[in-house]
Design a protein around this ligand. Sequence first.
Ligand SMILES: NC(=O)c1ccc[n+]([C@@H]2O[C@H](COP(=O)([O-])OP(=O)(O)OC[C@H]3O[C@@H](n4cnc5c(N)ncnc54)[C@H](OP(=O)(O)O)[C@@H]3O)[C@@H](O)[C@H]2O)c1
Length: 325
Amino acid sequence: MRAAVQDRYSADPEGLLRLAEIPRPQIGPGEVLVRVHAASVDRGTWHLMAGLPYPVRAAGFGLRRPKLANPGRTLAGTVVAVGARVTGLNPGDEVFGIGTATFAEYARARADKLAARPPSLSAEQAATLGISGLTALQSVRKYGRVTAGQKVLVLGASGGVGAFALQLARAAGAEVTGVCTTTKMDLVRGLGADHAVDYTRDDALDGRTRYDVVIDTGGNRRLADLRRALTPAGRLVIVGGETGGRWLGGLDRQLRAPLLSPFVGQWLGSVVTSENADDLRTLAELCESGALRTAVDRTYPLAETAAAIRHLLDGKVRGKVVITV
Ligand SMILES: NC(=O)c1ccc[n+]([C@@H]2O[C@H](COP(=O)([O-])OP(=O)(O)OC[C@H]3O[C@@H](n4cnc5c(N)ncnc54)[C@H](OP(=O)(O)O)[C@@H]3O)[C@@H](O)[C@H]2O)c1
């Protein structure tokens, strides 16, 4: 099969990811083999590709060189084979969710990390839901506990997680403010934000408006700044932020927030995304009902996987970038 392949870690996709012929993956008893039609790129893609920050390598992805052929983790495609212990999925089923080395014609995936692709979504659209959609759903519901009438601030509302999070908070009945850069204000408004703040001109954390929930997906603002924008009993949901640091890569805020939380009135927490089929099904239902829309910025063919990742690194993406196979 054709697949994007990397033999070492590097922060630069160019000259690293190449198209190669490799054997189709073998599946285990709880896995299925998927003919991939589309896979999406997110910040985690870069972390796996670069092996940065270093704890990524210790998390089982390969200490010296990557164990997996490529860093793709999301997919939408057709089931072609199922493992001996798999129930509820059959060859021919159209699915989406999380897989392994998904920038390839075929990828293996755990059956409990897949859901049926809703009829109204193309493979390209469904491929965006995997990591980013799950993270947004859990940020809004499980961590943020967003309810109707609350004021919610989404930092990084034009990004992969943020574009979903702002819509999900709106669907929960909240009044949502999305923060992004100048050129993406129209996207954020178009996705339904009640208010959009351009972070190059205004500071949404200046304390003039207090929010019940702040969902932080970009900007790496200090905990003190984030807390200033929260109501006294508000909830801070840290998803992440890029610092380029090789050891912690911005994780220090995520580590400090839950340590500080018991000592203050506000709830300060960090998201660890749970990859599960139930939440994928919830995302599919929300898309079917029209409450959630996908934002596919651009698609790239498999041979141009490196260019797709570069597009994300350059900060040009509005929503999600998708690889078509
Ligand atoms: N904890 C977890 O389990 C988990 C899961 C998924 C992702 N993450 C992390 O969460 C972060 C977001 O992921 P993603 O895939 O959504 O990335 P993304 O698509 O690159 O989105 C990040 C957004 O941050 C925005 N941003 C940059 N500087 C900003 C600033 N000063 N103020 C406000 N927003 C700013 C960018 O908006 P503009 O383009 O408008 O500047 C961009 O759209 C990453 O660090 C990722 O590693 C963590």
